[in-house]
Design a protein around this ligand. Structure first.
Ligand SMILES: Nc1ncnc2c1ncn2[C@@H]1O[C@H](COP(=O)(O)OP(=O)(O)OP(=O)(O)O)[C@@H](O)[C@H]1O
Length: 490
């Protein structure tokens, strides 16, 4: 497979990782000034953020959850399938055809070159979504599919295998079309296609992304095209680089991220309408809110449906406490007392604004802690590099804002501190974020500790509402009482 275009993306990532040292606070470093960092997020959907002077008010864009950036971040920090348990729900279009499930890649009857590609990637067995979706995607006649499964469960590998199984390398025109929400995500998926298709030397991949300018009248000979909706639409219509009538497989990846970007929904639908009736339509998404569902049904006629549900997260193995303080200096003192009394393998500390996070990281660093700071103004590659270092244990404390709370699996984290409680944009408790934040300490049944810092009547009220929501007592902790601190450590 052609690899030139991908090599460029790898270089970009490595260059980004090199800037890491500026962003990880060592004992002698000054905390970075958030004003001096620029944010480019993830291409099309990148954020633009303003600083907010000396005030600690949250700006509108501060911590804005950028779905595309979060998805890219998850991909960059993930080095293997996330280990979670899933229940599967399959709705088949034809109830009479029993869904056969496969337990090995051999049972999928993949072409030998693909099997070689799969094993070369280090996959031994199909994941749940692969086991369920692949037999449907590879069935004859081809069937349409809408599939939902959490981030990192193997969706990309599943549809890449489907595309590679259907393509005929002897025909030198586009046969598979894959839409990604951003340039960077398209490159990530392209990388998987390159790796899996490694044993098909005659197979070629084209990137329909901004900046890839082709001469008018050019006809694309690559069999697979991956790109963003705007450019793909131009290539199929105005520029006629692709003949949409010859497309056999149409994949719409990350549908939830796609619809979060203005215009992508309409462009995707316009592309879909140009495809032949018998083209196989596949749509994947990590989440399935109503809006995603409506979009999926517009794009995929007569679909089979697969949904995977993660088992409920619980707070059962996590001890939760709160500490009463009057201001952020007192919160910091309480934090130092906690650190002085109990041994903490690794901790994550969540702040409401990046300004507080930056201040706190600086203070902790002055106290001699090895601190990593993660916040929304960093480019995604920089965030991934910071998380990687933390996972490797190079820093023991990670100070972060909400933007990075999801999708990070760090097994060694034994304590989570909510320096500020999570609230939504209206100032109400954000229970879901609370669960995500502190849920990471009690993974796989291990015991964890969560400490909430309270500095006002308002935050006490938020805490009480969180307590009611989960119906779980959050106990008071006096951080000046060393005996009490030692007790919780045991
Ligand atoms: N069968 C498998 N065995 C082992 N590892 C796998 C398998 N399938 C995928 N992986 C690996 O697991 C990770 C996640 O897979 P993948 O990117 O396909 O998930 P995804 O569901 O598409 O994620 P996202 O929602 O972020 O797009 C990747 O590093 C991939 O190489």
């Amino acid at each position: 497979m052609a690899t030139d275009s991908w090599a460029l993306a790898v270089d970009e990532q490595e260059a980004a990782a090199e800037t890491l040292n500026k962003l990880v606070l060592k004992e002698d470093d000054e905390p970075p000034k958030s004003e001096s960092n620029s944010l480019n997020g993830a291409g099309d959907a990148g954020n633009t953020e303003k600083t907010n002077g000396d005030s600690d008010e949250k700006t509108e864009d501060d911590d804005k959850e950028d779905k595309a950036a979060q998805s890219l971040l998850n991909k960059l920090i993930r080095n293997n399938l996330v280990n979670t348990t899933h229940q599967v729900e399959v709705l088949q279009r034809d109830p009479n055809s029993p869904l056969y499930s496969v337990k090995s890649f051999e049972e999928l009857r993949l072409k030998p070159q693909l099997l070689q590609g799969v094993y070369a990637m280090g996959f031994n067995r199909p994941s749940k979504i692969q086991e369920n979706a692949l037999p449907m995607m590879l069935a004859e006649p081809p069937q349409n599919l809408i599939a939902q499964s959490q981030s990192g469960t193997g969706k990309t590998a599943a549809f890449v295998l489907a595309m590679l199984s259907r393509v005929n390398p002897a025909n030198t025109y586009p046969q598979c079309l894959c839409l990604s929400p951003t340039y960077e995500l398209a490159l990530q998926t392209g990388k998987v296609i390159e790796q899996m298709g490694k044993y098909y030397p005659e197979l070629k991949l084209a990137y329909a992304v901004r900046g890839n300018k082709l001469e008018r009248g050019h006809k694309i000979s690559e069999q697979i095209v991956i790109g963003t909706p705007g450019t793909v639409l131009d290539w199929c219509s105005k520029l006629r680089f692709i003949d949409p009538k010859k497309i056999k497989v149409f994949v719409l990846d990350e549908a939830d991220v796609m619809i979060a970007t203005q215009g992508h929904q309409d462009q995707s639908i316009r592309i879909q309408r140009m495809l032949p009736r018998d083209c196989q339509m596949l749509l994947f998404s990590a989440t399935f809110e109503e809006s995603v569902w409506r979009f999926a049904q517009k794009v995929v006629p007569e679909p089979n449906i697969i949904k995977l549900k993660r088992e409920e997260e619980t707070l059962d193995t996590i001890k939760q406490y709160y500490v009463l303080c009057n201001n952020r200096e007192e919160k910091f003192k309480a934090l130092c007392n906690i650190y002085g009394s109990i041994t903490i393998a690794q901790a994550m500390i969540f702040c409401h604004t990046r300004k507080t996070a930056s201040w706190l990281a600086g203070e902790l660093s002055n106290e001699g802690h090895q601190v990593a700071l993660l916040s929304g103004e960093m480019v995604v590659e920089q965030r991934a590099a910071v998380i990687d270092r933390f996972r490797e244990g190079k820093e023991k404390v990670l100070v972060t804002t909400n933007v990075c709370a999801r999708g990070i699996d760090v097994e060694q984290v034994s304590v989570v501190i909510n320096f500020d409680l999570p609230v939504d944009k209206d100032g109400n408790p954000d229970n879901e974020t609370y669960l995500h934040r502190i849920g990471r300490t009690g993974r796989f049944g291990k015991r964890g500790l969560a400490i909430n810092m309270i500095d006002s009547k308002h935050s006490m009220n938020i805490l009480q509402r969180i307590q009611q929501h989960f119906n779980k007592k959050i106990e008071k902790l006096d951080t000046d009482d060393i005996d009490e601190l030692e007790k919780i450590a045991n």
